[in-house]
Ligand binder design. Structure first.
Ligand code: ATP
Length: 199
């Protein structure tokens, strides 16, 4: 199976994530896209994040209308730190080594990959699919190859989609009581409202 994995904090999951999932699924003819909800992200600057159970619940709601999408609790269930290298190794095992893994990230995350835990192992286990993000500089790929040897062969840089939505902007808007209904799926908007998130 050709399996896309979109890892994220999903605080909250938004229409940009869904758009990315749909486009990568179509462009690379994937069978499924797994939305991998991070348990306790190591490199997030903002320590105030919504509990993993609520982010998982929102992500399940967000993907519920899409047959080829699923939300995974793999990282949320794991004790302690969550590392992508570890998650990919577990996904590899679960598919008995038969799945082809495509890890999807936004261009804003590509340059930082060199400081992730064991990036060499990450690019050995998966293809890395990079989607553009507004206001994000393209990463110097020659330098990246020097830092993570072998990455160029595993890199798929897509031209689109270009979606101007971010979770931090949604949290900011929600905290001011502004309307976020065009930025997240309706069920996620309801969940945020009912659970008084981001106030
Ligand atoms: P925040 O604003 O809190 O940093 P986010 O909107 O980036 O959140 P994440 O859950 O951190 O959401 O994102 C998961 C993955 O999706 C990351 O690789 C991120 O780069 C990517 N991503 C999210 N939104 C976009 C977007 N609009 N365009 C491209 N990539 C995106």
């Amino acid at each position: 199976m050709k399996l896309g994995i979109l890892g994220g904090t999903f605080d909250p999951p938004h229409n940009g994530h869904l758009e990315i999932g749909r486009e990568v699924l179509r462009a690379l003819r994937l069978d499924r896209v797994v939305f991998m909800v991070a348990g306790s992200p190591q490199l997030k600057r903002n320590p105030v994040i919504t509990p993993p159970e609520q982010r998982l619940a929102m992500t399940e709601l967000a993907v519920s209308e899409e047959k080829a999408f699923e939300a995974s609790s793999l990282e949320v269930r794991r004790e302690g730190a969550t590392y992508t290298a570890q998650t990919l190794a577990e996904m590899e095992r679960m598919g008995n080594g038969k799945d082809i893994l495509y890890f999807i990230i936004g261009m804003d995350n590509l340059a930082g990959l060199r400081s992730w835990y064991n990036p060499g192992e990450i690019v050995r286990m998966c293809h890395l699919v990079v989607v553009p993000r507004p206001d994000t500089e393209k990463t110097d790929l020659l330098q990246l190859e020097k830092d993570i040897p072998g990455i160029s062969r595993r890199l798929i840089v897509l031209e689109g989609p270009l979606v101007n939505i971010s979770a931090s902007d949604i949290r900011r808007k929600a905290s001011k009581g502004e309307d976020i209904s065009c930025l997240v799926p309706p069920k996620v908007a309801d969940y945020i409202k009912t659970n008084h998130l981001y106030l």
